[in-house]
Design a protein around this ligand. Sequence first.
Ligand SMILES: [Zn+2]
Length: 378
Amino acid sequence: MTLDAGELTELKPIEHFLQSRQEALPGRQLAAIREAAPAFKEWFAASGTPGFVRTCDLIELPYPRRFALWRASRSPAPFVRIFNRMMVVRWNDAGGHRRTMLVEPTEHYLAAATPYFASMEKRHPRMRTLAVSVHGTVEGHLERLGISPEEIDFITFDHLHTQDLRKWLGTTRPAEDLVASGKASLPRAMAAEPLEPFFPNARLLVMRDEWDQLFGDSLHPLQRRWYQQRTFADLRDDRVVLLDGDVQVGPGVALLSTPGHSIGNHSIVLNTERGIWTSSENGVHAECYTPERSGIPGVSSYASEWGAEVVLNANTIEMAAWQVNSMVKEKLVADRGGPGGEWVQHFPSSEMTPWVGSPGTAASFVWGGLSHGALQRA
Ligand SMILES: [Zn+2]
């Protein structure tokens, strides 16, 4: 049985954007978001800061240019590269207890079985050697930081594309395929029993829409290629917390509903010593949030021709107008920084990075990581 957000008193509903979430027309929703954002931002900036934020490099991989930059880029290159990172966030709760959240702890060896990646591997068998670079694993980074799996209180993903969460959350039945694949570094003896969760105390924070679509016949054909739906059937769900909207998780730590890239997408919002940051996969680069300033060939002219405030990460365009709204929400909430202090502090969970195989797509800078505070070890 999953939990509702209301059962966890430490999750505080955020009401600033309630009105905007009820608008049925995207144009009206956009206006409501613009109206609500300043008050939210002022409140959030005064809500405190977490003690520690650090990104951890996981994997760089190729990604179709026409997804990453949709119609905006003029480059003929078929692929760009995106960089997946995990984020570790720590804070003290109201009772003074230390809380630790992992954002995007992707098991990339398991993500490779996503229908989209599996068919890409078939069509471009050499892509893995040419364009994929593995930088680390979730377990490796935690070990390096001196954080034990038991210390993880929350895990969250901006959305559940590509995820197989069985190793992290455990299963209700033996997961023979997972153990036999050898990809999850699990001992063979575990094939006969349900999997124990790797993070025994972690709660998964996920929007209800994102979760519900993974069961029965709820996934639309346009969405199927991006999910590992069958891996959710036997997942232990007693620590899954379903969110119905924006919540504050800790001081200066919030999850805002930002549907678009996926139907139950959310953004992680952090108040740091460098101001407010948002993070999600709605856009793949900070330049996509101020396309009029972008130096990527084609992007600024696209912005002026179409009056585009943002450039979508467009692998899923069934909710394009809502995705624009969500990116504007992120843009209005995030502070400015980067070179010249002009760029929206949106940290893409998959950040487009310069790559020799992708001429004509290089942005003027990359965030490359996010760091705030110091780690207090146990
Ligand atoms: Zn995605």
